[in-house]
Design a protein. Sequence first.
Length: 158
Amino acid sequence: MPLREDFPDPRAYNEATARELRETGDVTGDFAGRNILILTTTGAKTGRSHETPLGYSVVRGRMMVSAGAGGADRHPAWFHNLVAEPVVRVEIADRAFAARAVVTEGEEYARLAEERLQFNAGFRRNSAKTTRKIPLIWLDPIEEPNPPLKHRVVEIPS
């Protein structure tokens, strides 16, 4: 359903894509056929929550996203947010969880970027459009000490 060209406001596009993923467990339009997640970051300046639909890959058992921004010359706002506050929320079709964002660097980045250039058309396309180094970010699940209950707890008086 959501095509980026139909939404002059990027926030409206993100909201429509997130709504479709939550309602159907899948998406059509620009993200059709891709692994999609909703990344919720905390605004570095505002402290407010921001949701961004992103494509992701699973690399050696870990979830990875890239801050490609369609090949723009600036990093996307969500990347600046997760650098400032690396604890994020991730939603995929069948679950949601807290995660720690880890930006790859050095030799690890070089190796992963080379792999992405060979096997990921989106990363290759975005890299060709910009001179900036496109960040690759791991989203590692965090064990929650008190996971939210799926049902209401009722206290019974003694």
